[in-house]
Design a protein around this ligand. Structure first.
Ligand code: DQA
Length: 146
């Protein structure tokens, strides 16, 4: 089985650290990538971490993860979580397990964040733990829970 784990991040997450720090904290996406890479190397996993502001790019990367037979995808689709039937269909179209990740807990925020198209197809969801959400999701992959 492949040791490769894709970590895909959607719109506005490139601004982590600057963006609404009272909600998302002061840790940057690069710092989260570093934390994940450190833990992944202990677990014998390899991280491929990416960010895009474009919905179709996330669809393409999900297809790529599948074609490359990745172990799993950690997906923080950000606002597309709540709008994207294309992402729902992409997750359903592939066999690689996808874990939905969020820094905040969307279910405790505005009503428009309560619906998750990603969550309808994801193998698991980890949310509300800040950067730890990504690490908890990685541990789930390492333990073979997805
Ligand atoms: C987010 C939650 C989403 O509702 C929001 O649109 C984001 C970030 C999170 O990580 O908490 O951009 O996915």
């Amino acid at each position: 089985m492949s040791n490769l784990v894709y970590v895909l991040n959607g719109p506005n997450l490139n601004l982590l650290g600057l963006r609404e720090p009272e909600i998302y904290g002061s840790t940057t996406l690069d710092e989260i990538a570093g934390m994940l890479e450190d833990r992944a190397s202990e677990l014998g996993l390899t991280i491929d971490m990416r960010q895009t502001n474009h919905e179709g790019m996330l669809v393409d990367w999900l297809h790529e993860a599948n074609a490359n037979q990745a172990r799993a995808v950690l997906l923080n689709a950000a606002a597309y979580t709540h709008t994207s039937i294309a992402l729902l269909d992409a997750i359903k179209a592939i066999t690689v397990p996808v874990i939905e990740v969020h820094l905040s807990d969307p279910k405790t925020r505005e009503a428009f964040r309560h619906l998750s198209y990603v969550g309808m197809a994801a193998a698991a969801t980890v949310e509300g733990l800040g950067p730890q959400s990504y690490l908890v999701a990685l541990e789930k992959v390492a333990r073979g829970e997805v």
